[in-house]
Design a protein. Structure first.
Length: 584
């Protein structure tokens, strides 16, 4: 017997399938017409039997469904059979008389408010009609964790020229709170959207799947600073802690420690001695070195050749001011690895990374983060076994070391060890649950040909992509990845439609074009893959290792030869562009 019969209009099919996928991921069985039922006889048999068997009738409301005779028939039939009915609103509508009678007195739930939908369905399963407004809250975590988001701090400085400081305070709190065992914190990329879009606290909490929010602002004028921060419980709409701090930049460490300790006290978290040490450890007591470090990290996030070089200068300047500042040495090592991987294959960059890493480990000994960098250097040198050893030890020392899991997964995929890649990417998805984490996991499952788990995970991932793209509708990478996820969810036509819409654009990056080519290759269209590979190179695609790893998928001799010629051309382009390596 299905838990839910999902009624929808044909024009709302994408919304219906996304919702059905999320409900199934939460353990509900859902009956939904995915192929279209034609003819009165089929409607009478299949629809009537499905409605008769369901526990709850979920009706998607939109202008399309209100104009659909079939949706109206299904609703009336469910009403006559005295089924639990849950109206879910895709778009605000005025009910016509043929819908109003069946839905009279029933509380409607918004389509984007998935926690409220899940709560309503659980309530209806216990035979309680949903006639009162549903509380808006994040879903209760099954693992007893505390879910808290650190929102971007506002730069309140007179000239608004201290965004590095505002972002630094946000990053430090994300890092500190995220390192605590019982706390789960959305990543930097998940929360940056809310700098540009002002929303109510409850709405933000729903979108991020958290209960608590931290928000604040910084003001810096010469050496004087003002920092304020607040902790909000969105379930109770209550500000449970707030503080304002005035002082000089030398006092910033005291403020960070104060904020972290007050928040953990307010949440009634009992810290272990190791966690208390993490809260108190800032890496340096030299305020000037710390300022350079924060500015370096701010530059690093731009991911450009020039910003990497600026970040490296700032990290090395911070380390020069405080030679015992291990985080500055590690920052420099990470930048050298990133620059080598993305912009120059001169081995001097890895030598420079190794020297900075050695300086860091001379201060702290081996740590989870130093092992992560050591593993990255070994990977970039082509020593996969050594890289795997270092990265595995990094995750053993810190089970929340997200970057190590991601690098491990990429290495394991490159050597064809798909079970190990799945394990690494599953840990990353459990930690972060982002679109990128799900995409990596799905890639590994696809390579492993684990069809059952691939379909299950794809259906679970689609709502994650839907929520993200509501916030960032222009993100090309996420749009391309979503087309893949549709393909893996066996929604082939929708995947092809999504790819076609993207290819109609004239602003796609080289990476986006290449990734779309891989989608067509997965669907068996190698001719389009090769054509898009050529366009990708023209648009700046330079990830030659990634391209080489896909060469094996080109089986048709003519296309394989053309692909190999393009690889050769790309190698020549990269050599020419890096003929004079840039060393800061």
């Amino acid at each position: 017997m299905p838990d839910i019969f999902l009624s929808y209009a044909k024009s709302d099919r994408t919304h219906a399938l996304d919702l059905a996928g999320e409900l199934r991921a939460h353990g509900f069985s859902v009956w939904i017409d995915q192929g279209g039922i034609g003819g009165a006889k089929n409607w009478a048999t299949e629809i009537v039997e499905a409605i008769d068997a369901c526990t709850t009738f979920l009706c998607l409301l939109s202008p399309h469904s209100l104009a659909s005779r079939n949706v109206a028939k299904e609703l009336h039939l469910a009403s006559e059979k005295q089924k639990n009915i849950l109206p879910v609103v895709i778009e605000k509508v005025k009910l016509p008389s043929n819908f109003e009678y069946s839905l009279a007195g029933l509380q409607r739930v918004q389509y984007d408010d998935r926690p409220a939908i899940l709560q309503a369905l659980k309530t209806l399963q216990h035979g309680i009609a949903v006639t009162e407004p549903l509380p808006i809250s994040a879903p209760a975590p099954a693992d007893n964790s505390i879910r808290i988001a650190v929102l971007p701090f506002d730069d309140l400085s007179p000239d608004h020229d201290n965004q590095w400081f505002a972002d630094g305070m946000m990053d430090e709190l994300i890092s500190t709170l995220g390192s605590l065992d019982r706390v789960k914190v959305p990543s930097r990329s998940d929360v940056l959207h809310y700098r540009k879009h002002q929303k109510k606290s409850r709405e933000i909490a729903r979108e991020l799947g958290v209960r608590y929010l931290i928000e604040g602002g910084v003001r810096k004028a010469n050496a004087k600073i003002r920092i304020n921060a607040s902790l909000i419980d969105t379930l109770c709409s209550e500000q449970i802690w707030t503080n304002k701090f005035d002082g000089s930049f030398e006092d910033v460490f005291a403020f960070q420690e104060l904020v972290a300790k007050n928040i953990t006290d307010a949440l009634k978290l009992k810290l272990t001695p190791t966690e208390e040490q993490l809260v108190e450890d800032h890496g340096t007591q030299n305020a000037e070195a710390y300022e350079l470090y924060l500015k370096g990290r701010h530059e690093q996030y731009y991911l450009t050749k020039e910003s990497y070089l600026r970040a490296l200068d700032l990290y090395e300047a911070a380390a020069a001011l405080d030679p015992k500042f291990a985080r500055a040495h590690l920052g420099a090592a990470s930048i050298c690895c990133a620059y080598y991987r993305e912009y120059s294959r001169d081995p001097k960059w890895l030598d420079r990374a190794g020297a900075s890493l050695a300086s860091a480990e001379a201060i702290t000994g081996e740590s989870s983060n130093s092992l992560r960098v050591r593993g990255m250097i070994a990977w970039l040198k082509g020593d996969n076994p050594e890289a795997i050893s270092f990265l595995t030890r990094a995750t053993e020392l810190d089970s929340k070391n997200l970057s190590s899991y991601n690098i491990l997964g990429n290495i394991q995929i490159s050597i064809g060890n798909y079970p190990a890649a799945i394990h690494a990417f599953q840990r990353a998805a459990d930690l972060e649950g982002s679109t990128q984490a799900y995409f990596n996991l799905l890639t590994a499952l696809s390579n492993a040909k684990d069809r059952v788990r691939l379909l299950e995970t794809a259906n679970k991932a689609l709502p994650v992509f839907a929520r993200y793209l509501l916030r960032e509708p222009g993100d090309q990478s996420a749009l391309v990845s979503r087309a893949f996820v549709l393909f893996w969810a066996d929604r082939i036509q929708e995947a092809e439609d999504a790819a076609a819409l993207l290819l109609a654009r004239d602003d796609l990056s080289g990476q986006a074009l290449y990734n779309l080519g891989c989608l067509f290759s997965s669907a068996g269209n190698q001719q389009t893959f090769v054509a898009l590979f050529r366009k990708a190179i023209d648009r700046g695609f330079r990830s030659i290792e990634e391209a080489r790893s896909n060469e094996v998928d080109i089986q048709e001799p003519n296309y394989r030869l053309e692909f190999q010629q393009l690889l050769s051309e790309l190698e020549t382009i990269i050599e020419r562009e890096n003929a004079i390596p840039s060393m800061a």
